[in-house]
Design a protein around this ligand. Sequence first.
Ligand SMILES: Nc1ncnc2c1ncn2[C@@H]1O[C@H](COP(=O)(O)OP(=O)(O)OP(=O)(O)O)[C@@H](O)[C@H]1O
Ligand SMILES: [Mg+2]
Length: 234
Amino acid sequence: METIATGALEISESDLVAAGTRRRVYRHPQTADKVIKIFWDDQVPAARRARRRGRWFKSLARFDDNENDYRQFRRVERHFGTAIRCIYRIYGYVETTLGRGLVTEHVRNADGTTSDTLAEHVRKCGAGRVLPALEELFDELARYHVVAKDPHVENVLVRECGGGRLELVVIDGLGDNNVIPFATLSRRLNNRKLMRKKRSLLRHIWRINRETRLEAPSTDIPESHRPLQREMAG
Ligand SMILES: Nc1ncnc2c1ncn2[C@@H]1O[C@H](COP(=O)(O)OP(=O)(O)OP(=O)(O)O)[C@@H](O)[C@H]1O
Ligand SMILES: [Mg+2]
């Protein structure tokens, strides 16, 4: 029988909120404001590193998504304080009955439900409402010099704040994956990289929007984004 460390936080599978390819996300058993991110057994950093060619040149830290997110969050928080909403808040580590986990903000809507991913939101509601929020997200990432290597449609959540207001929050893929952290060292390079990520995210949004809302009225897309829409579609 497996022994469980005393004092480990008890988590059951029924607390599962969502799962990605590397991590499972569980409701924190003591507070609805937080979730705990735990690696799948075969995705813990040491296991991933052991499978990679050229692993001897790569530090274990490069395979640790939890630590990379946490480190980036701390860096941004240290420089700009606690008011930042464009990335998820991270509180630290905890031992649980399912292994070590990262305690983070549970990104939720005004009514308390878990926020949809950007992909889910566009599938349900179309692209129209989310585009201004996307502009705000990337403005904020640039303003706070956040290095986000992987802001794709499953790694950005759409928070419904009430009164029709939407806010986008990056919940995965934070930090720099280069050996020399160019984007961390240079705001200019980071901004350029963010612009590229934004365009690729927009392309993905158009694709989902086109596939799921072929009948959507043209007014679905705000006027300011029409030229971009034509460019992406062409
Ligand atoms: N803080 C959070 N609040 C609410 N839901 C979350 C939160 N973090 C993650 N999720 C949900 O869990 C899913 C998986 O989380 P996450 O992207 O961190 O896992 P991952 O395995 O690292 O992802 P990937 O498959 O991109 O490697 C997300 O797509 C999202 O739906
Ligand atoms: Mg993810």
